[in-house]
Design a binder for this molecule. Structure first.
Ligand code: NAI
Ligand code: MG
Length: 366
């Protein structure tokens, strides 16, 4: 088969880490079971410079047509002054919105070689492998009314509205249950049903879907505040966690710090499955930003970007074996002691972005 892939390197270190993806894709194309048809486009500041908008209609059309989109990072001080509607992040938001990417997957994996970089003690995090499934297009970030009202007496009122419909909860829960089947078979669903009606509906809907379609998956419910506590207290008890947009935003940042480094964290955002082909629109990107402080020096850590490619192999291309192989190669490069500056201990020798990519390639080929 031939898989089509749109690469959007973006700004700052985006193009530097994307170059390592191109190396691995070339290797996989030559040595793997599938061919890749790669197209390229612009997003963020570089698109503003070229087209006056953070993503052009032509590149949006390429994104719609591709089997998967891989994005580096967007933004930087150069574009701090551009109007709000065309700021670099607006390109990323348009991609997420127009592609209908409602499911945000953020794995938090703690490699033994890096366990000392975690905010927690080694024994609590070594071997950690959590997948947070966050609802991305609903909830309090989007619900209406959303406004500041002038009350007239010198007081103002800020209003946000948490809204979830059954279908939104069902489709994100389905993603979590299906991913759990490929992993440990355990899901924790999280909300605050003790104080929120949307939480009551969330709990009911997830429970009903579970009973009807996924009885073999082990489901547990945790209130979001308690879950935050347990993530820090004993994170290894968790496998797949499914939660709403707001709680998912916070809990995934907490989980990120359990692993120690921003340069290590990949993510995927998935859309609705096509009823016939079962294909989902999908965007894969590292969690980190464009890192203007180190851009242009060839020292960025490419592992979050390469981990995002592994997720694309697994979730968009049905290449689970190759995804496992790439993730093992990443772990191997770390185990051999290769360190970019962000994950090196003081005094430890460091390698460049490209040397780290080469180390992963060598492990892949071995
Ligand atoms: P950042 O993630 O770009 O950087 C935070 C710190 O982590 C910096 O010290 C940076 O050098 C380091 N870092 C990040 N990724 C790294 C990597 N792969 N290797 C080594 N070190 C790495 O976040 P920051 O500084 O808040 O934002 C910088 C720019 O990126 C801003 O314009 C922001 O709007 C944008 N941004 C874009 C995102 C995206 O494209 N999804 C996400 C977050 C921020
Ligand atoms: Mg966040």
């Amino acid at each position: 088969p031939t898989h089509t892939l749109l690469l959007l390197p973006g700004d700052g270190i985006g193009p530097e880490v994307m170059a390592e993806v191109e190396k691995v894709l070339a290797w996989l194309g030559a040595n793997g079971p599938a061919a890749f048809e790669v197209t390229r486009g612009l997003v963020g500041g570089c698109a503003i410079d070229a087209h006056g908008v953070p993503v052009s209609d032509a590149d949006m059309a390429k994104a719609e047509a591709a089997d998967a989109v891989l994005l580096g990072a967007v933004g930087g001080p150069k574009w701090d002054g551009v109007p709000y509607e065309i700021r670099p992040e607006a390109g990323l938001l348009r991609l997420r919105k127009d592609l209908g990417l409602f499911a945000n997957l953020r794995p938090a994996i703690c490699h033994a070689a890096l366990a000392d970089a975690s905010s927690l003690k080694r024994e609590l995090v070594e071997g950690l492998d959590i997948l947070i499934v966050r609802e991305l297009t609903g909830g309090v970030y989007f619900g209406e009314p959303k406004q500041i009202v002038d009350l007239g007496n010198g007081q103002k009122r800020g209003i946000d509205t948490q809204v979830y419909d059954t279908y939104e909860i069902e489709r994100i829960a389905r993603v979590a249950f299906e991913l759990a089947r490929l992993r440990s078979g355990r899901v924790v669903s999280s909300e605050k049903r003790n104080v929120m009606m949307s939480g009551v509906l969330w709990h009911q809907t997830v429970s009903a879907l579970h009973a009807r379609h996924y009885p073999e998956v082990q489901l547990r419910h945790e209130l979001a505040d308690a879950l935050g506590m347990k993530l820090v207290q004993a994170p290894k008890q968790f496998d797949v966690i499914v939660t709403d947009n707001l709680f998912g935003d916070m809990l995934s940042d907490v989980a990120a710090m359990l692993t120690g480094s921003l340069g290590m964290l990949p993510s995927a955002s998935l859309g609705e499955a096509d009823p016939v082909t079962k294909r989902r629109k999908a965007l894969y990107e590292p969690v980190h930003g464009s890192a203007p402080d180190i851009a242009g020096r060839g020292i960025a850590n490419p592992l979050a970007m390469l981990g995002s490619l592994a997720m694309a192999l697994r979730y968009s291309f049905d290449m689970g074996a190759e995804a496992d192989r790439l993730e093992r190669a990443i772990a191997q490069a770390l185990a051999e002691g290769h360190r970019t500056a962000d994950i090196a201990r003081p005094g430890e020798p460091t390698v460049s972005t490209s040397a780290m990519g080469d180390a992963v390639l060598a492990a892949l080929a071995a």
